[in-house]
Ligand binder design. Structure first.
Ligand code: LLP
Length: 435
């Protein structure tokens, strides 16, 4: 998919770059992103909205993968940016991302983070709870600065997805419940606060969603809710943010819809629901993360030790694992892999890919079919672009890998590999001269 193919040498090529060469040049583990594929995904969302006739913003959910170059790319592609922490906000600002297109999420934004965002003059705060409703307003008032807000509501819709990453149900740490009446209460409070400009509501029903019915159901509930708010307060809201969550294909069991289809069905539902209530058609915002970067990312590893337990299993270990991709260990997430240096060979054996961490659960893939595997082969795990690098960690004091963007035969480092020195940079001993 994307710009990947098998070249004359039988090597996996991405963005015109031979991945075996990339592994040699940059070392492994290595995150390789197909830049054209990311740009294509951004453009597909824009196109779908343009066809719908709705005013819109597509905010890239930066938690999926963020670095300064990704911010630059997103800005160039006309995306807005969803950030959820001071660190993501800082990265965006450092990269020169336009502040007015930044939306700030999170269920426990600290005072420092709120101040930083106020100072930067970001476009919108997504207020999550009663505490934030007060704290943010106090800060805005002290600064004499009026701020745009959306209220995050939980419509009570259960998305068809992994239970641990479903956030749209009533019993959730996020947002104001619609059915409990807290959402209405919060809105009434917000509209009475002079330093708030209440633009609308936000809902995110989950992640890696393959159907549109959850979104359509959410739209029905949200439309009824904004209508109720109008009746009770007279306040009409111009923005409806429907969150992210569009699924991608990791393995053959995954059956996502084209991004366009999610947008088409969402916008149709909005048109129908809002016109049925004689409510002005809102501007629609969405926040895709995974569907923008997920399948653009490939992780390259070098195969090291191979342990065969006759009649039971062959463990093939790579030079990374749960430190660069924790999703298999954390969620039981599944991926596909090929040998990048023998991409033209037929699968011959079934092996399991182990990481190098001191933990039995550090397995990347179970029972994957590969050509006869040998030490020093290069393994490419596909579709690791979302929540891979961004959830990477230093367990066992393993440095984070480098990240490169590839396009038209060119590769560029966008995040340097961590060094051992980086690992001890924050450490302090009582004998400072040791460091
Ligand atoms: N908006 C909000 C408010 C969210 O909470 C999320 C994801 C998104 C947008 C983007 O969702 P996406 O389009 O990427 O599905 N670490 C998990 C995924 C956690 C998703 C958290 N929120 C994983 O690796 O699968």
């Amino acid at each position: 998919h994307g710009t990947s193919r098998i070249n004359e040498k039988g090597h996996l090529e991405i963005g015109g770059c031979d991945t075996v060469e990339l592994a040699k040049t940059y070392g492994t583990p290595l995150y390789v992103y197909d830049e054209a594929l990311i740009r294509g995904k951004c453009r597909a969302f824009h196109l779908a909205f343009k066809e719908s006739g709705f005013s819109y913003q597509v905010a890239y959910a930066s938690k999926a993968f963020l670095c300064m170059e990704m911010c630059r790319l997103a800005a160039e592609e006309g995306m807005s940016l969803d950030v959820v922490s001071g660190g993501e906000l800082y990265t965006a600002l450092q990269a020169g991302f336009p502040a007015e297109r930044i939306h700030f999420h999170g269920n426990n934004k600290t005072e420092e983070e709120l101040l930083m965002a106020l100072e930067a003059g970001i476009g919108c705060f997504v207020v999550d709870n009663f505490f934030e409703l007060e704290v943010l307003h106090d800060l805005a008032q002290q600064r004499g600065q009026k701020v745009n807000i959306l209220l995050r509501v939980t419509p009570g819709v259960e998305a068809h997805t992994h239970e641990y990453i479903t956030t749209g149900q009533d019993d959730s740490k996020f947002g104001f419940g619609v059915s409990s009446g807290q959402a209405l209460q919060a809105l009434k409070m917000a509209t009475l606060k002079p330093y708030y400009n209440v633009l609308g509501i936000h809902s995110h029903i989950g992640s890696q969603i393959f159907e549109t019915d959850g979104f359509v159901r959410a739209v029905e509930i949200l439309a009824a809710f904004v209508d109720l708010v109008r009746t009770e307060t007279g306040h009409t809201m111009p923005i409806l943010n429907l969150g992210g969550g569009f699924g991608i294909r990791y393995t053959e069991g995954d059956t996502p819809l084209p991004a366009v289809q999610y947008v088409q069905e969402m916008t149709e539902a909005v048109r129908e629901q809002f016109s049925a209530r004689n409510y002005p058609q809102p501007e629609i915002w969405i926040e895709p993360g995974r569907s923008i970067v997920g399948d653009a990312g490939t992780t390259l590893y070098t195969i090291g030790s191979i342990k065969e337990i006759p009649g039971i299993r062959k463990y093939v270990a790579v030079d990374g694992g749960m430190t660069d991709n924790i999703r298999p260990a954390l969620y039981g997430a599944e991926y596909e892999a090929i040998l990048a240096n023998r991409a033209d060979e037929q699968p011959e054996e079934v092996v399991s890919i182990a990481g190098k961490c001191c933990e039995s659960g550090d397995m990347l893939l179970w029972d994957v079919k590969l050509p006869a595997v040998a030490s020093w082969d290069t393994l490419a795990v596909s579709c690791t672009g979302a929540y891979g690098y961004s959830m990477s960690n230093n367990y066992n004091r393993i440095p984070r890998p480098a990240v490169v963007f590839v396009k038209d035969g060119q590769s560029h480092t966008v995040v340097e590999r961590e060094t051992f020195r980086d690992l001890v940079k924050q450490d302090r001993t009582r004998a400072q001269e040791l460091v």
